[in-house]
Design a protein around this ligand. Structure first.
Ligand SMILES: [Zn+2]
Length: 216
């Protein structure tokens, strides 16, 4: 083997031995450093996809603060130049304007939804129909993205009683459950049982509707 190699080397003209094989070997042996994926804390996309989310301005602020290198990579003047280099100036301006508009709209929408949610009240009402019959109505769950039919089903099976979605006198949906289960429902909301998730207990009010004196 050694002899053969030597002979081959000797046969080659005065050229020095190529260092290539030796030089290439060490890097290949080195372990590849783990690639740590970065996800945007604002929109949860990888930063290169932030522009498809609805919070680009906030995304960019976050990225600049936490990953200045990535920020430069995606949002430096050069990066943007490359990206929109093929668009005309007018098209660029329009694109930016459209994006800003969409963003403002989305932010406003998210804001309004949050405000509505925070202001929304879930009202659990204990209603005394007569001495022997009480019902419990639950109003406002849909503001917290609770499926009313599913919630009614959950109450029915939990309390082994009747529960249904009906329209209240104001024409709005509410869940009516047979029997006085108001305390139990409040507890279920506190414990986020089943579909009753994400309802701040501060937004839940327990009220009582007594039979009017002299009525019935
Ligand atoms: Zn983002």
């Amino acid at each position: 083997m050694a002899k053969k190699g030597k002979a081959a080397a000797a046969a080659a003209p005065a050229q020095p031995e190529p260092p290539a094989p030796e030089a290439e070997a060490p890097p290949a042996a080195e372990p590849v450093p783990p690639v740590s994926m970065v996800y945007c804390k604002v929109c949860s996309y990888p930063p290169e996809y932030c522009e498809f989310g609805a919070h680009l301005t906030k995304c960019k602020e976050w990225l600049k603060e936490t990953h200045p290198d990535l920020f430069d990579k995606y949002w430096s003047d050069e990066a943007l130049q490359t990206k929109v280099g093929t668009l005309s100036l007018a098209a660029q301006a329009k694109l930016e304007k459209d994006m800003a508009k969409a963003e403002v709209k989305a932010e406003a929408k998210a804001d309004a939804a949050m405000k509505k949610k925070m202001a929304s009240q879930v009202i659990i009402k204990r209603i005394e129909r007569n001495k022997r019959k009480q019902i419990t109505s639950v109003f406002g769950l849909e503001a917290f993205d609770v499926d009313l039919k599913k919630a009614a089903k959950q109450f029915a099976s939990k309390f082994a009683t009747g529960a249904s979605v009906t329209k209240n006198p104001q024409g709005l949906d509410e869940i009516v459950v047979s029997g006085d289960v108001s305390d139990e429902i409040l507890e279920m909301i506190e414990n986020e049982v089943g579909v009753l998730k994400g309802i701040p207990v501060d937004n839940v009010e327990l009220v009582e509707e007594k039979r009017k004196k002299g009525g019935e």
